[in-house]
Design a protein around this ligand. Sequence first.
Ligand code: ZN
Length: 144
Amino acid sequence: MTGDPADRAAADFFWDRVVNHHSYVTGGHCDHEHFGPPDQLNDRLSDDTTETCNVYNMLKLTRHIFGWRPESRVADFYERALLNHIRSSQHPDGRVIYNLTLRQGGTKSYQLKYDWFTCCMGTGMENHVRTRMASTFTTPTVSG
Ligand SMILES: [Zn+2]
């Protein structure tokens, strides 16, 4: 975005670390708002796994990464996180989820519309639109 190769390298490195070493199968990441040791997620399944705004921000970063290098693995992560986390974080009545639990037997806890506000409610408002934007996330055509 800035044209600085060091910024791009940092963004690429961060994306790789989060996607390949800190993301659960849903595409979400973090437990209690923190990363843990890389590649050791099986012991970190609680009611407070996978904060929604983390996923929201990773989708924004993924769009930039895909613009730099349109690889299927980049689009695959976007699709995985969008379908498994973002869409499932939305209640049909408009409420959203702060943390999408991955604990066995866990249940979704949707936030109240007017009496509780977190970062994930703010980004969650954009997420309803983001699922519509996915149709614009297409692979560029290669001309010969
Ligand atoms: Zn949040």
